[in-house]
Write a protein that binds this ligand. Structure first.
Ligand code: PLP
Length: 394
């Protein structure tokens, strides 16, 4: 027996990785598996980004970098934010971190402790709740509702704030729903937050470049009144198809930046030096690969939504962001996790059950359309056949 401290028993999981492992195992056994489970672009990182990393290695960038990231990389982030949103951010407020997740780890451990409450979207990225529980803080789910187009409600969010609330996590465009919260709703939230000046906000904007149908991403950086308590989470993983590079960035209020820097020094020291040079190339180089990836996601989005709506007892809203579809499967009679498990085992289609994203996820499954149009269409045929022939056990 090892005496691992009890808080580790409270750490959760991201079931997408378990589904990936099972799908890989079934494929290894010779099964033809179509993976609509994992949330990563199915494109390679654009070649000029790869070349920048190779060049950095050849040029001798082999050592430690500053814990907060090399200045040219932080400057590239600040310039990118200025170019896209007109936001003026000092590179001294930017941290380069090993993946988007690390910002949430830092922010939640910085504000979470027993006796405090942290609000997070539900359904939402599972690591929010897992990390909140790890710190001993009380997780307070903010329901994300289909009838609200999977946007968060400002009124409902504000109504859940208590004197114990320390941190509010929001995410738009959202995982797992693909929901995008409209500007009017965000305006309302920010106006209401004036009544709660001690509540910090972490805005997870990792899908900020992935919006469709002319939907504009609204960054929380465009609200100067909350800048002194806003932590912005973003990164290269989704936009530049760089999930395996582990490259993220965050913007911190002055008061929290030093704490985040110390956490970096105490854990990973710095992000891989050559990856940071690749990150600069991504932000400052041509953006046409991002545009063509998005156009392809858009084509698939339309196909997957049309296909899902033609399945028996399934309905699916058209997602406005990210690369996920989140159909309502309540009328099939299946429990969502059971349905996802059976779809993988019987039909060879990997999806994720809604409850893996929170207590409000029952009745839904998530499909990632980061797979070829051809595979998406094959998956839909299989799902149709499955739903027409297999009934849930009574
Ligand atoms: N935030 C959300 C909403 C995500 O969906 C993900 C990844 O799936 C992340 C953060 C983490 O990104 P990264 O792979 O860069 O750690």
């Amino acid at each position: 027996m090892l005496d691992i401290v009890p808080s580790f028993a409270r750490i959760g999981e991201e079931n997408a990785f378990a589904v990936l492992a099972r799908a890989t195992e079934l494929a290894r056994q010779g099964r033809d598996i179509i993976n609509l489970g994992i949330g990563q672009p199915d494109f390679p990182t654009p070649p000029h980004i790869v070349e920048a990393a190779i060049k950095a290695l050849r040029d001798g960038h082999h050592g430690y970098t500053p814990a907060t990231g090399i200045l040219p990389c932080r400057e590239a982030v600040a310039e990118d934010l200025h170019r896209r949103f007109g936001a003026t951010i000092s590179p001294d407020r930017v941290m380069i971190v090993p993946g988007g997740k690390v910002t949430m780890y830092m922010a939640i451990t910085m504000f979470g402790e027993p006796g405090v409450e942290i609000l997070y979207p539900d359904p939402g990225f599972p690591i929010y709740r897992s990390m909140i529980e790890f710190t001993g803080a009380t997780p307070v789910p903010v329901p994300i509702r289909e009838e609200n187009g999977f946007a968060f409600s400002a009124e409902e969010t504000l109504g859940l704030i208590t004197p114990r609330t320390r941190l509010l996590i929001i995410n738009s465009p959202a995982n797992p729903t693909g929901g995008v919260t409209p500007k009017a709703e965000i305006d309302k939230l920010i106006a209401g937050l004036a009544r709660f000046p001690r509540v910090a906000i972490m805005s997870d904007e990792i899908y900020d470049q992935m919006t469709y149908d002319g939907e504009e991403h609204v960054t929380l950086l465009s609200y100067p009144e909350i800048r002194d308590r806003l932590i912005l989470l973003n990164g290269w993983s989704k936009t530049y198809a760089m999930t395996g590079w582990r490259m993220g960035w965050s913007v911190w209020p002055e008061a929290a930046y030093e704490a985040a820097r110390k956490l970096a020094v105490n854990s990973y020291s710095c992000v891989n030096a050559s990856a940071q040079w690749a990150g600069i190339a991504a932000l400052t180089g041509p953006q046409d690969a991002v545009a063509s990836m998005l156009a392809e996601f858009d084509r698939r989005r339309k196909a997957v939504v049309a296909g899902l709506n033609s399945l028996p007892n399934v309905t699916c809203l058209t997602p406005k962001g990210a690369f996920y579809a989140y159909p309502n499967v309540k009328a099939t009679g299946w429990k969502a996790k059971k349905l996802a498990a059976q779809l993988l085992e019987e039909a060879g289609v990997a999806t994720i059950g809604g409850p893996d994203f929170g207590i409000h996820g029952e009745g839904y499954i998530r499909l990632s359309y980061a797979n070829s149009l051809e595979n998406i269409e094959r998956a839909l045929v299989r799902m149709k056949q499955f739903l027409e022939t297999v009934r849930p056990a009574a």
